[in-house]
Design a protein around this ligand. Structure first.
Ligand SMILES: Nc1ncnc2c1ncn2[C@@H]1O[C@H](COP(=O)(O)OP(=O)(O)OP(=O)(O)O)[C@@H](O)[C@H]1O
Ligand SMILES: [Mg+2]
Length: 256
């Protein structure tokens, strides 16, 4: 019987790419490594994971599970991309945004045996919502980008996770443009004391995939950002992965 590892994807800054990381990592774990994956929209006051995946009309949502005592399995939907999803209600009532932070953990425990990984998309707000994700998670990925304001929020997120004693697996450095003014991986690792597990380029095709409600790594499987997600999934699962594209291998010979 499986007992899923639960990974929370957090940041204390909006728009850095948490939901994108959740859907792309899930797609890589499911499609490259054959894992059974459930993604959960833990952004309780502003859920939009369903919008990333084209799932808009769930009969039951996480809000029904948390606030109306609907059994968790009734809220599970199949995505088109090889993994399951629990979406949130797009327009939650005000009474459906203040949650007991232990409830998500308790409700997800009923379904963890069905999966290898449960990945929780977090709210950027440092309140009961993010606390729910932290308490429900075995480990965290913190999403950041290579600029000072985001780094400052990332250092704050790391501090909060450490205080709560939720292990941080690593940072995902997203939206990198390879500019000389950007913070480097070592700047970010030195400032936070946490390893950068994955570096993902800023690429307009990530937005194009979003407009098709598809994870970019499944819509553009041969692009660098997709390979980066496969390598992240390889690190998370401990399973080997090789970039088999011809051009990068060819260029690699010259670099050596
Ligand atoms: N590597 C990337 N390159 C280009 N655009 C990206 C990349 N990653 C994410 N984006 C875009 O950035 C925007 C914000 O991403 P996303 O919704 O994943 O952020 P978030 O951290 O979940 O935001 P929120 O805190 O509001 O939930 C989206 O339009 C997404 O497509
Ligand atoms: Mg989000």
């Amino acid at each position: 019987m499986k007992n899923a590892k639960t990974i929370g994807v957090i940041s204390i800054k909006g728009g850095v790419g948490k939901t994108t990381v959740v859907s792309n990592l899930a797609s890589s774990l499911a499609n490259q490594f054959g894992k059974r994956v459930l993604v959960v929209d833990g952004n309780i006051s502003a859920p939009n994971l369903g919008l990333h995946l084209g799932i808009l009309n769930s009969q039951n949502t996480l809000h029904d599970v948390l606030f109306n005592n609907v059994p968790v399995w009734k809220a599970v939907r199949k995505s088109e991309y090889g993994f399951d999803v629990i979406t949130g209600s797009l327009l939650p009532k005000k009474s459906q945004t203040r949650v007991n932070p232990y409830k998500l953990h308790n409700r997800l425990s009923d379904i963890k045996k069905e999966y290898d990984y449960v990945i929780i998309d977090s709210s950027p707000n440092l309140n009961e919502e993010m606390l729910s994700t932290m308490i429900a998670s075995d480990e965290l990925l913190v999403v950041t980008s290579p600029d000072y304001p985001t780094l400052s929020c990332t250092m704050h997120a790391v501090k909060v996770a450490k205080e709560r004693k939720t292990p941080i697996r690593g940072l995902v450095l997203n939206k990198v443009r390879d500019k000389s003014f950007e913070l480097s991986v070592s700047d970010i690792e030195n400032a936070t004391g946490i390893p950068v597990l994955s570096v993902i380029n800023d690429d307009v095709r990530v937005l194009e995939a979003l407009s098709k409600t598809a994870p970019a790594s499944s819509y553009f499987p041969d692009k660098d950002f997709s390979i980066a997600y496969n390598m992240l999934a390889s690190k998370i699962s401990g399973e080997e992965y090789k970039d088999t594209r011809l051009l990068p291998r060819f260029l690699g010979i010259f670099k050596r």
